[in-house]
Design a protein around this ligand. Structure first.
Ligand code: NAP
Length: 259
């Protein structure tokens, strides 16, 4: 299926590894020119070069922390008016509510709520003028069912979700869609860190915990970043113009609700 994206331009935040990289690769495969971001310049450049070589699209890079005003401004400057914005950042650390002070909450809100809101604010006027835009926010299955040790994530992402529910309806008449894509367990560095933490806490091996977690999922496996990227690319497509304001779970059926 031709997704109608050839020649369009996208900002993909936090995209040097993992789910953001999966989205960048899937968009590049559709002929989208990219601006990528991540904090580690070497990893970011290696990803950019691999995507250029594989897909022949233009790939620029803006290294640095996506939660800073400077990096957000440089991303927008690099692309002009993007057709597509994929919001993403690293997830907040695990812990317990008794551990977190105001500064911890501020950091989580900055990265996982306020950064995507500020980037949407920056790109929406151009998308509205053009009469076409696609925004995908990578959030978490924790929005549907909270993960107890990820309270900072549960809270910050809920704030973004509430805001997007209203904003997406406001800009729908201008040809702009905004959707949230909610990953369950995906085989990335993020889940590897979570597994290591659980293994240490329980005095077991990472492999034991990993196999146990996979067995708990209806598919008996973790998702892959390329599967996630393909869903993201579809949400950015011409054909997905009537899908907006949705929270789309991609978790191998882990969430047990009927609806
Ligand atoms: P990952 O494998 O750890 O990759 C994170 C990517 O984001 C890397 O490219 C990293 O590069 C970059 N990054 C992290 N913090 C950044 C920052 N402040 N500024 C700029 N770039 C940053 O993580 P992932 O699994 O792809 O997860 C992506 C998002 O989905 C996270 O918010 C995570 O919490 C959420 N999520 C993941 C899962 C899962 O199972 N994987 C499940 C639910 C939710 P640098 O480190 O070089 O900056």
């Amino acid at each position: 299926m031709d997704l109608g994206l050839k020649g369009k331009r996208a900002i993909v935040c936090a995209s040097s590894r993992g789910l953001g990289k999966g989205c960048a690769e899937a968009l590049a495969a559709e002929g989208v020119d990219l601006v990528l971001n991540g904090r580690t310049p070497g990893t970011l450049e290696a990803t950019a070069e691999a995507i250029r070589a594989a897909h022949g699209v233009s790939v620029e890079t803006v290294p640095g922390d996506i939660a800073t005003d400077d990096v957000q401004a440089r991303l927008v400057e690099a692309v002009g008016t993007p057709h597509i914005l994929v919001n993403n950042a690293g997830g907040p650390p695990p812990g317990d509510y008794t551990d977190w002070d105001r500064a911890d909450w501020q950091a989580a809100l900055d990265a996982n709520m306020l950064t995507p809101i500020m980037l949407m604010k920056a790109v929406l006027p151009g998308m509205i003028d053009r009469g076409w835009g696609r925004i995908v926010n990578i959030t978490s299955g924790a929005v549907k069912a909270p993960i107890p040790v990820l309270g900072l994530s549960n809270g910050a992402r809920a704030g973004l979700t509430g805001f997007v529910a209203g904003l997406s309806r406001q800009v729908a008449k201008d040809g702009v869609t905004i959707n949230n894509l909610l990953p369950g367990p995906f085989d990335t560095d993020r889940i590897a860190q979570t597994l290591e933490g659980a293994a240490r806490a329980q005095g077991r091996t990472v492999d034991e915990i990993k196999e146990e977690r996979k067995a708990q999922n209806p598919t008996r496996r973790f998702g892959e970043a390329d599967e996630f990227g393909a869903y993201c690319a579809f949400l950015c497509s011409r054909q997905a113009g009537y899908v907006t304001g949705q929270n789309l779970l991609m978790d191998g059926g882990a969430y047990p609700g009927t609806l």
